[in-house]
Design a protein around this ligand. Sequence first.
Ligand SMILES: [Fe+2]
Ligand SMILES: [Fe+2]
Length: 277
Amino acid sequence: MKIRNIDIDFSSAKLHWTPDDPEFAQFWNGASTFLPYLEPFLNRTVRAGMDLLPEDATYLREECRIFIAQEGRHYKNHEKFNTFVRASGYPELARREAKMKADYERFWTTKGHKYCMGYAEGFETLGPIIACFFLEGSRELQKPNVDDPTADLWRWHLAEEYEHRHVANYLFHAVYKSYWYRLWGICYSAPHMLGYMIGTGLYMVREDWKNGRIKDPWRSRVRFASMIVRLFAYIIPRVIKSIHPKYDPINLPPPERCMEVLEQSEERWGKPKPLAA
Ligand SMILES: [Fe+2]
Ligand SMILES: [Fe+2]
């Protein structure tokens, strides 16, 4: 695990960055819009969890520090990209985002740290599964006409989600040691997050039918439905495996080309770290 100082330039970004499959791009564009609320919430939760670790948990504490730095760079880049998405239309995004922002604020202020840690662990259980789906299971991304900074954003982000896949899980078990609560965390985080992603993706695609950015709504419906079916067919068996009492995310096999993606991201979008004062 390492911190990569990635800063992507979206000036050449296109909204439909998978030109043959605009629904795929809009699904991930929609997903991008809630990450600047989710990832600071994860960082807040992990930071508070670090304070509950025993004194000698030096190695896990260092991994938590890298986790926080990686998530911080993820949402900074998503924030930049989201400015471009909002400038492209989609007036209902503001209401959708405000709801997620309020939800994370409410979880933090009223639900207690264990609940927030359960959410973080649940999300981070789905993270590497979704990373593998994106990096090796998405046929939309394999097409030769996909070359856009947004594809790079997601490849880098999700490869790092794989890289730090064990951190929230180890922290959760170090602090709360509860198998059943971990499963409960998956039960409330997964529908909350996937509900937003699918609902927002669908909203954006519907707007494109209205504004003519997507020409044939019937074909578009089929492509959207096929993507969601493949996503769930990929996720469900892997989530079932992850509820095994001996599940250890460190043992998950890496998605194809994971290290290559990370190296290329740094070569293409890495910035030198600012000099310390
Ligand atoms: Fe992230
Ligand atoms: Fe993560």
